[in-house]
Design a protein around this ligand. Structure first.
Ligand code: ZN
Length: 118
């Protein structure tokens, strides 16, 4: 957990505006904003990604899921048909999973809401 350098408050807000990103203390207004750092590195939230059951399977989708879940193609196909959830993902992992799901056109839901662009 990142703490405020001025007052020690530990619930810093993530700032993401255009190309600027960083963290801000809601208590005293202290902030670190950079124009190149990725806000993902400040995100300590764990996310769950729920992938909807899907009957419209294609090879690319099944292969992408198999790779992401590190399981066999057969298992991936079964997961996709029934729907499944990936829990306790870090922001980085969530980003990778969401980019993959978007690419293969899968239906999914992230909890809590994922604030980064993917
Ligand atoms: Zn502060």
């Amino acid at each position: 957990m990142i703490k405020c350098e001025r007052c020690g408050y530990d619930k810093l807000e993530t700032i993401s505006e255009g190309k600027s990103s960083g963290v801000k203390c809601p208590k005293c207004g202290w902030d670190i904003v950079t124009t190149c750092a990725h806000p993902l590195q400040f995100d300590r939230q764990k996310y769950s990604v729920l992938v909807n059951g899907d009957r419209d399977l294609n090879v690319d989708k099944v292969k992408a899921i198999a790779k992401t879940c590190r399981c066999s193609v057969v298992e991936a196909r079964k997961k996709l048909l029934e729907g499944f959830e990936m829990r306790d993902l870090t922001a980085d992992e969530t980003m990778a999973v969401l980019q993959m799901l978007k690419q293969v056109d899968a239906l999914f839901k992230v909890t809590p809401r994922f604030p980064h662009k993917y």
